[in-house]
Design a protein around this ligand. Structure first.
Ligand code: ZN
Length: 432
């Protein structure tokens, strides 16, 4: 049964608001600096070191560790990492613990960003973090460095307003969110748990009610190289791969036809997305290609498990190869290459959600709405594996993973206030 929580008094709210406003130029500069780190997968370390130094400057107790420092691969939910060394993937956990009796809280954000693609297709340079017309533009500005700045500056505002949280807080910046989730998982394995978790992914001030799971897989397809002059005597790995991709497109359509009965995603058109994200293959325009590799991602809905989804992928592949003259005797190799993510639901009715809903309404003067997410986020480990209420709620922006990704800075300011008030409401505050 949820305990009732006293609402944060209006004068405290106004002091927090003033502290955030006074410090907002510094917050924007901080966010700009974060975006300027090109923290692609496997290249997050300089940013993580910089963040650890920022946390130390604030007097927080900082724990830095790599994925090799926990027994990651012993965990049943660890996802394979075939291209990134565990040692190079650094996690940062900053702890503020004044020994108070309030509830504890994890504020977590990821610092890995996806590749920017061809720079000439961006209107502005993707890592300059240009500010224009109230937006900050850049890869990762929205997803999700803005949210990371909001959680850090929410705590700064509490201190500037003359308070400290009355419960233990872990402020965590993690890697691997865009590929496996192993960063978030490693913090839990390291022992960081709390009464609730908030992840300020850019949800546009909505609460992520349910999210899909996802599986990453790679198909390694072979061919028989011959001179194109007698191509009928060879086979093309690229054309074979295209045959398999079409089979997965058909399979996804079947899955989506069944999805209309899903409790959470039934009203959403085609919630299961299949994507071929990387294709490599062949060596020569006049040789039938001997090899092709495609990296794929397939979603799955609440009510199903990654193991079931992986079985479905194996079956789809087997069926597609069975009647193909080449693939039936030269099957593609199937490699599990990343995400084996559970779908997850933020179960309605938690005390943490009630606190966030009350706070949101005060900041935005409208009720907190929820949304179903056809992408994954790190809250799943908290909800599915560790029984910790986890809320995904953050700022507004456009273009995640796209050209000209941007975040609305006024939304970042309001989200910072939401988070500060949520900390006040959830953990309680004490005067400094
Ligand atoms: Zn994200």
């Amino acid at each position: 049964m949820a305990e009732t929580m006293a609402a944060v008094p209006n004068d405290v709210m106004e002091r927090l608001r003033a502290a955030i406003d006074d410090n907002f130029n510094d917050q924007v500069a901080f966010l700009q600096k974060m975006v300027q780190f090109r923290s692609l997968r496997g290249e997050e370390e300089p940013l993580q070191q910089w963040l650890a130094a920022q946390f130390e400057k604030r007097g927080y107790k900082v724990d830095q560790f790599s994925l090799a420092d926990v027994d990651l691969m012993s965990h049943p939910k660890a996802a394979p990492m075939d291209t990134i060394p565990l040692e190079g993937s650094r996690q940062v956990v900053a702890t503020l613990d004044g020994g108070g009796k309030g509830r504890s809280l994890i504020l977590q954000g990821h610092v890995d960003v996806v590749p920017e693609g061809p720079v000439d297709l961006w209107a502005d340079a993707p890592f300059e973090a240009i500010v224009r017309d109230g937006w900050m533009i850049g890869r990762g500005a929205q997803d999700m460095k803005a949210g990371v700045s909001a959680m850090i500056f929410a705590l700064d505002a509490i201190k500037r307003a003359g308070f400290a949280p009355d419960g233990r807080i872990h402020l965590e910046t993690v890697t691997e969110e865009e590929s496996t989730g192993n960063g978030a998982l490693s913090t839990l394995m390291r022992g960081y748990t709390a009464d609730a978790c908030l992840i300020p992914e850019p949800t546009g001030h909505t609460l992520s009610r349910a999210q899909v799971g996802a599986i990453w897989f790679r198909l390694r397809v072979r061919g028989t190289p011959v001179h194109v002059a007698y191509s009928e005597t060879g086979t093309s790995a690229i054309l074979s791969a295209m045959h398999l991709v079409r089979a997965f497109q058909d399979y996804t359509a079947e899955l989506n036809a069944r999805a209309i009965s899903n409790k959470w995603f039934g009203a959403i058109k085609n919630p299961i997305k299949f994507n071929v994200g990387i294709i490599k293959g062949g060596d020569w325009a006049s040789s039938t290609p001997a090899w092709c590799e495609v990296d794929c991602r397939l979603g799955l809905l609440p009510g199903s498990t990654p193991a079931e989804a992986m079985k479905g992928i194996e079956q789809c592949l087997a069926d597609a190869q069975k009647n193909d003259s080449f693939l039936s005797s030269n099957p593609a190799e199937l490699i599990w290459s990343g995400f084996q993510a559970d779908p997850s639901v933020c179960e309605p009715g938690s005390a943490a959600e009630a606190a966030l809903a009350a706070i949101h309404e005060r900041v935005f003067e409208k009720p907190l709405e929820d949304r179903m997410s056809t992408a994954v986020n790190d809250t799943r480990y908290y909800a599915v594996d560790y029984g910790i209420p986890a809320l995904c709620y953050g700022p507004y922006g456009v273009g995640p993973h796209a050209f000209d990704e941007r975040v609305d800075l006024d939304s970042v300011r309001k989200t910072t206030l939401s988070i500060a008030l949520f900390v006040a409401q959830w953990c309680g505050l004490k005067a400094l």
